[in-house]
Design a protein around this ligand. Structure first.
Ligand code: NAD
Length: 477
């Protein structure tokens, strides 16, 4: 039985209710979390406020940095344990789960170093004045975390928030809490004061909603669906609370005829099959220049047909999807595509040892997908790649920008001028040239435009969002 972690103590919810934890690899319940309520959120917010006004405010920036560095080392020491927790909870293949544990340690390391290097400015003004700006923390920050990359998303939002001097109340997704409860315990072990990191588990419309509406929350960061992002922003707007939203994408990978296809093909495939396509920045559309459309589709199809899906611990190309309803969602998209006459080029296979009760979905490559079809417009959040054909830069840009989203875009071309032209014209928060994701570096600011959300996390840039600026003008004659 998993408990909430509030004020550095493991506590049961006041509701007395629990929620099952299901292993996506076999569909079986193996643990329970607390199904918390608004009372638990209130307790967590009060604890964090006490921390923010008490021991946390006593620490200077370099002391905060040392604590974050100690947590980074602790996470690295416990990487295997955290990997196993997240693997079972989320159905992640071993390599992916381990990469996520290492990324978490790296987030804390990066933000540990950033703490005492982030500062305000002095501004030249009229004679007789000295003007300076202070970067001040918001205070108690709320974090609603999704189930697809719990450790990584926790690292990027909580790491940045703490570095900037805030304290955190975290609501993990009900499907994926285990690793984050453990990380908060590790933080207490290395000396984070009670209330610096509180974890309250439960359902989104109950405890997530209570967090978003709590008057004691000074900033909210949310990663998840556009629908819930809208609810969070509405709740925050009612009390003018700043919000960072990361709401996913329908990201294009654009392949010109002069691209290095040998280098591009494995990247194109990884960008959609990583984490079984349950990635906000998944490269879910591949736009291919006409002269190489058929040959590249043939090569992609051949590679797709070799992809294997199986239990997380088997460490194959793909693990299961997070839950039964997610599998139904993906299959719904595929049925709609089939009904519209959209053809499948190839698909991978589910291995025979995969339990029938698990939530497995073979990766699918679709061709000639109309730009306006739902499968080319909406986030499937599963391993479905939509291929489309274009002629020339203008059409590539038109098609790439023709969704409501704008998170990430990839371009493959050897033409240097075209690389810059494309990067300038693509409407997205990140553009990758001759790669996709650049290895996910924690240093690289991340976030979207349009319905992909607003605000930036990761990198130094995140610290601006996690602080507010105070201008101090001193008249001294
Ligand atoms: P979701 O948006 O419902 O869940 C994300 C987080 O928000 C979870 O912690 C959840 O408990 C919480 N939440 C849900 N309802 C809430 C509410 N009313 N108030 C406050 N918090 C709330 O996502 P989902 O239902 O798990 O997945 C649905 C779709 O969302 C997916 O198929 C995918 O397209 C998208 N999604 C995107 C991301 C991403 O990284 N951008 C992550 C998860 C899901």
């Amino acid at each position: 039985m998993q408990l909430n972690f509030i004020h550095n103590q493991s506590v049961a919810s006041q509701s007395g209710q629990t929620w099952p934890v299901i292993d996506p690899s076999d569909g079986q319940t193996f643990d329970h979390i607390q199904r918390s309520n608004a009372h638990d959120i209130d307790m967590a917010v009060k604890s964090s406020r006490e921390c923010f006004e008490g021991p946390w405010s006593q620490l200077n920036a370099s002391e905060r940095g040392r604590l974050l560095m100690a947590l980074s080392r602790k996470v690295a020491e416990h990487a295997e344990e955290l990997m196993r927790l997240e693997q079972r909870d989320c159905g992640k293949p071993t390599q992916q789960a381990m990469a996520d544990a290492k990324a978490l340690a790296r987030y804390f390391e990066f933000y540990a170093g950033a703490c005492d290097k982030f500062h305000g400015e002095t501004i030249p003004y009229q004679n007789g004045y000295s003007v300076l700006t202070w970067r001040e923390p918001h205070g108690v920050t709320g974090h609603v975390v999704p189930w697809n990359y719990p450790m990584q998303i926790f690292g990027r939002c909580v790491g940045g928030a703490l570095a900037a001097g805030n304290v955190c109340v975290v609501k993990p997704a009900e499907d994926a809490c285990l690793s984050l409860i453990r990380v908060a315990q590790l933080a207490a072990e290395v000396g984070f004061p009670p209330g610096a990191i509180n974890i309250v588990t439960g359902l989104g419309h109950e405890v997530g909603d209570a967090l978003a509406k709590h008057p004691g929350i000074d900033h909210i960061s949310f990663t998840g669906s556009p629908t819930v992002g809208t609810l969070i922003q509405q709740a925050a707007a009612a009390r003018h609370c700043p919000v960072t939203l990361e709401l996913g994408g329908k990201s294009p990978q654009i392949i010109f005829a002069d691209a290095d296809l040998d280098a591009a093909i494995p990247v194109i495939i990884n960008a959609i099959v990583q984490n079984s396509g349950q990635t906000c920045s998944a490269g879910s559309r591949v736009l291919i220049e006409k002269s190489i459309y058929e040959p590249l589709l043939a090569r992609l199809g051949e590679a797709f047909s070799k992809l294997r899906v199986g239990p997380a611990s088997a460490d194959l190309n793909l693990g299961p999807l997070i839950r039964a309803t997610q599998k139904m969602r993906v299959q719904g998209f595929l049925e709609e595509a089939k009904a519209a006459g959209i053809r499948t080029v190839a698909q991978g296979s589910v291995v025979s040892e995969a339990p029938e009760t698990g939530f497995y979905q073979a990766p699918v490559l679709l061709r000639d997908v109309p730009v306006d079809h739902r499968v080319a417009q909406e986030e499937v959040f599963g391993p479905v790649l939509s291929a489309m054909c274009f002629e020339g830069e203008d059409q590539a840009i038109e098609m790439a920008n023709a969704t409501a989203f704008g998170l990430v875009a990839g371009v493959w071309t050897r033409d240097g001028g075209r690389q810059f032209r494309m990067a300038k014209r693509l409407r997205s928060g990140q553009v990758f040239i001759n790669n996709y994701g650049a290895g996910g570096g924690v240093e690289l600011p991340f976030g979207g435009v349009k319905s992909s959300g607003h605000g930036r996390e990761k990198g130094f840039e995140a610290l601006y969002g996690f602080t507010t600026l105070k201008t101090v003008a001193i008249q001294h004659g």
